[in-house]
Design a binder for this molecule. Structure first.
Ligand code: F6P
Length: 343
């Protein structure tokens, strides 16, 4: 029987997941290994949900968004006997390696399974949030930034025609990367992110100054993860302890405060899952493909507990433990680039 690699995609879906799956299957097949899809992230190993992944099943999936394997936010460490079920599934299916494609949560589970149970796992960094350490970029981020930038461009025309302030709420659970990059690319007049203390009066003053010099409209990009005074969560959390940030209403709260301080008519657009949908950009397809080939190379050569990563122009392997130890947030120098254009 041929050696087998199990592939799973966990956490929020993200453009480029299918490109990684395709690359892992192609590289493994060339080495005479089989691939099996583990369905719906870690749930697939807890509940024994699998599908074969022959070459023909990955043909044509490169440009497709989402994941042909399905995904979930299942955390085996939070389920009764979850980890034992995962270990039994790996044994029963005869997996020689697991390629886990995910963000901080999915790869956090991979890190623990490797450290505590010697599970033969290799990670691939996925998230539109771009907040994983050890890699310069995650795939999916470029697509999300492109979508957010296009939205900002479109909102400019309405803002200008109606003399309005437009608040654009973008994703980013702990880090404001999408807000900063799309804000720079889209020419935002203010950007609020979790990493920077929010001063309402400073934002209001920047807009007043802008309007005073004849610009009767403004665009504010707000990261959904920003803490605003008085905003409460509904208390519901997923298996990784996360609240649904889009329900928190950062954009709406910010808009109300800005309108009441400046008197400028202010509207909100919440981009939400549009940022994660559809086809990956060429850059994300290439990055995801390179990550997939690297992950397969590591799996085929028995190098586990590692994650494929981008450093400069090179694809390298970094330790999963390092990559998941702390999040990569937006440093002040990146925010300063955006700030140079506020007001
Ligand atoms: O982590 C990726 C992400 O898209 C975050 O930016 C966002 O807060 C979260 O997932 C949304 O998750 P869900 O799709 O489960 O609402």
């Amino acid at each position: 029987m041929a050696n087998t690699i199990g592939i799973l995609t966990g956490g929020g879906d993200c453009p480029g997941l299918n490109a990684v799956i395709r690359a892992v299957v192609r590289e493994s097949d060339a080495a005479g290994w089989d691939c099996v899809g583990i369905l719906e992230g870690w749930r697939g190993l807890v509940e024994g949900l699998f599908r074969d992944l022959p070459l023909r099943d990955v043909s044509g999936i490169l440009p497709r968004g989402g994941t042909i394997l399905g995904t979930s936010r299942t955390n085996p460490y939070k389920l009764d006997g979850g980890v034992d079920k995962v270990l039994a599934s790996i044994r029963d299916r005869g997996f020689d390696a697991i390629v886990a494609i995910g963000g901080e949560d999915t790869l956090g589970v991979a890190t623990r399974l490797h450290a505590e149970h010697d599970v033969p796992v290799v990670g691939v960094p996925k998230t539109i949030d771009n907040d994983l350490s050890g890699t310069d970029y995650t795939f999916g981020f470029d697509t999300a930034v492109s979508i957010a930038t296009e939205a900002i461009d479109r909102l400019h025309t309405t803002a200008e025609s109606h003399n309005r302030v437009m608040v654009v709420e973008v994703m980013g659970r702990h880090a404001g990367w999408i807000a900063v990059m799309s804000g720079i690319a889209g020419g935002a007049d203010a950007i609020v992110i979790p990493e920077q203390p929010l001063d309402y009066e400073q934002v209001a003053e920047a807009l007043r100054k802008r309007h005073a010099r004849g610009k009767n409209f403004s665009i504010i990009v707000a990261s959904e993860g920003t803490e605003l005074p008085g905003l409460a969560d509904d208390g519901e959390v997923d298996q990784f302890g996360h609240v649904t940030l889009s329900k928190r209403g950062v954009g709406e709260a910010l808009a109300q405060e800005i309108e009441s301080r400046t008197g400028f008519e202010t509207r909100v657009t919440v981009l939400g899952h549009v940022q994660r949908g559809g086809s990956p950009t060429a850059r994300d397809r290439v990055l995801a493909t390179r990550f997939g080939l690297k992950a397969a190379e590591l799996a085929l050569s028995g190098q586990f507990g590692l994650m494929a990563a981008l450093q400069g122009d090179d694809i390298v392997a970094v330790s999963l433990e390092e990559a998941t130890a702390e999040l990569k947030t937006v440093p002040p120098e990146w925010y300063a680039v955006a700030q140079a254009f506020f007001g």
